[in-house]
Write a protein of this length. Structure first.
Length: 199
């Protein structure tokens, strides 16, 4: 891994650590029912607000609480995809996706997903085939290319376990179900475990 990639990885670790601190501050603010002013409040646009206010108050509160978990997971998944892309591009060049580092089976599955998205008539989400892989497939790419990732992460078994936990937690977040208190804690611990792998 190049020194620039190592610096970028360190910056990402710093950013995610700050995100965890922000999440802890948000939890304290909610529990104490105070505004600490540490985040910019987001929410529906004016146009959306006319519909948003028609939803039940309890559902809106639950959505607000779940939004922070989605933000954390979004940042984590994007950073894992970027780590994979940067590492493989450093080793194999810009056309790494089409090389031997990605199994023909996965390449074929991704082609089908891209075609399905094009055929739907909607805007295709990305030009990058890596964005069409599942979270579980990301774990397989890392462990299947451990000769490259072993210099960045500490254990393939730990990566599989951590990403398995994260994949289980991803379901409720992606499918609009609230996370139980234990699962919120599990998400925080899994995030810490992931970044410990990069130390």
């Amino acid at each position: 891994m190049s020194s620039n990639s190592k610096k970028e990885a360190a910056i990402k670790v710093f950013g995610m650590t700050n995100q965890l601190i922000t999440e802890d501050l948000s939890r304290v603010a909610r529990e104490q029912e105070i505004e600490l002013g540490h985040t910019v409040l987001g929410g529906p646009t004016t146009e959306e607000q006319q519909y948003y206010s028609q939803f039940d108050r309890a559902v809106r509160k639950e959505a607000s609480e779940m939004a922070r978990h989605y933000q954390i997971f979004y940042c984590l998944e994007k950073s894992i995809r970027e780590l994979i892309s940067d590492t493989l591009e450093d080793a194999e060049g810009a056309s790494w996706w089409d090389g031997s580092r990605i199994t023909p089976h996965l390449q074929g599955e991704v082609k089908k997903r891209i075609k399905r998205e094009k055929d739907s008539g909607m805007t295709v989400r990305s030009e990058d085939p890596l964005d069409f892989t599942t979270f579980g497939e990301l774990s397989g790419i890392i462990t299947g290319n451990w000769d490259l990732f072993g210099g960045i992460l500490t254990s393939p078994k730990a990566v599989e376990r951590i990403m398995g936990n994260l994949n289980s937690l991803r379901g409720p977040i992606a499918h609009c179900s609230p996370l139980a208190e234990d699962e919120v804690l599990r998400l925080q611990l899994s995030l810490r475990d992931w970044f410990r792998q990069m130390e």
